[in-house]
Design a protein around this ligand. Structure first.
Ligand code: F6P
Length: 346
């Protein structure tokens, strides 16, 4: 009887999950394992819902966005009782899993870390997130595709902004880290960028925009959905939280706040656009297909060599196993080195 590896994808989807599943299945079968998909993230492990996986089934998913396994933001450790956790452990047993490969960001891998440490399950992680904010891996797949999509949107805004002599504001995702906003802004020669790591210096922003407008009669600002604008008056707004305790930012309207702040304080006509979930879907870029395939392959190797409690990571030019705990301990956010670079570019 072949040993069985379960694979699940949790948290927000992103392009690259399908290539990663495929890579993991291909390598696992080569090593002599069979694979089964757990559907909809940790929810599937609680409810015991599965879907078959094989080389044949995954052959052509490398070019598809989303995840063929489905996903959810379910947190089995969330409930007051340990009912859901118990169900996860039962499913693991019932499915006769030798190991489980969990593909996700900080939240999903945080659950994987606890299942490994506290319940001695054979867990291996695969890093994914369009936010690119996981530590101990140089990049996470999903980021390159999302930024590419945001970059295209930003460039389109430049065209229309230049024609109408307006200030254009683009809002992109990025819950705790400003990587998507920063890369998009750099790549499209924006005049100002707003990221959650640094409160917006409104005087500096207005000056940059006025100067840019005087020079070329349009200006572009890229903001993360999570940026802080002191004038937005958010202090009294109660935010909804997801199962992992994160603020849900979809109705926050930071791009809109920034656009009306700019228009009010400069007198220049300003428009804003939100790219939203469009940056999370669609075909993965070449970079993401390759990165995802390789972290998927590596995850199967980590299982095969018994390196449980680790995550496959890109470090330099190498794919290595790193402790899951290190990957989830602290988010990778925009730091001083990048602030200096921002000073030069914006
Ligand atoms: O997964 C990360 C992320 O894309 C964040 O950038 C964003 O704030 C959040 O997910 C949106 O989540 P949802 O798809 O649940 O609205």
């Amino acid at each position: 009887m072949k040993k069985k590896i379960g694979i699940l994808t949790g948290g927000g989807d992103c392009p690259g999950l399908n290539p990663a599943i495929r890579g993991c299945v291909y390598a696992a079968e080569k090593y002599g394992y069979e694979c089964v998909g757990i559907t909809d993230g940790w929810k599937g492990l609680i409810e015991g819902t599965t879907t078959p996986l094989s080389r044949e089934i995954t052959e052509y998913i490398i070019m598809k966005g989303g995840t063929m396994l489905g996903t959810s933001r379910t947190n089995p450790f969330k409930q007051d009782s340990d009912e859901n956790l118990k169900k996860c452990l039962e499913t693991f047993k019932k499915l006769d899993l030798y190991a489980l490969v969990a593909m996700g960001g900080d939240d999903t891998l945080g659950v994987a870390t606890r299942l490994y440490k506290e319940h001695k399950l054979n867990l291996v992680g695969v890093p994914k997130t369009m936010d690119n904010d996981l530590s101990v891996t140089d990049y996470t797949f999903g980021f390159d595709t999302s930024v590419t999509r945001a970059m295209e949107a930003s460039q389109a805004l430049l065209d229309t902004g230049a024609s109408h002599h307006r200030v254009m504001v683009l809002e992109v995702m990025g819950r705790h880290a400003g990587w998507v906003a920063l890369y998009t802004a750099i790549a499209t020669a924006a005049d100002f960028v707003c990221i959650p790591e640094r409160q917006i210096d409104t005087a500096a922003m207005l000056k940059k925009i006025k100067d840019a407008y005087a020079r070329k009669r349009f200006a572009l600002v890229v903001t993360s959905e999570a940026a802080e604008l002191p004038a937005a008056g958010e202090d009294n707004i109660k935010h909804q939280l997801d199962q992992f305790g994160h603020r849900i930012l979809k109705d926050r309207g930071m791009g809109e706040h920034i656009a009306s702040f700019i228009e009010k304080n400069t007198g220049i006509e300003t428009r804003n656009a939100v790219i939203g979930h469009m940056q999370r879907g669609g075909a993965p870029t070449l970079f993401d297909r390759m990165l995802a395939t390789r972290v998927g392959l590596k995850a199967a190797e980590l299982v095969h060599t018994g390196q449980f409690g680790t995550m496959s990571a890109l470090v330099g030019n190498k794919f290595v196993g790193v402790p899951l705990e290190k990957a989830t301990g602290q988010l990778k956010t925009v730091d001083k080195e990048w602030f200096d670079l921002m000073g030069l570019l914006f």
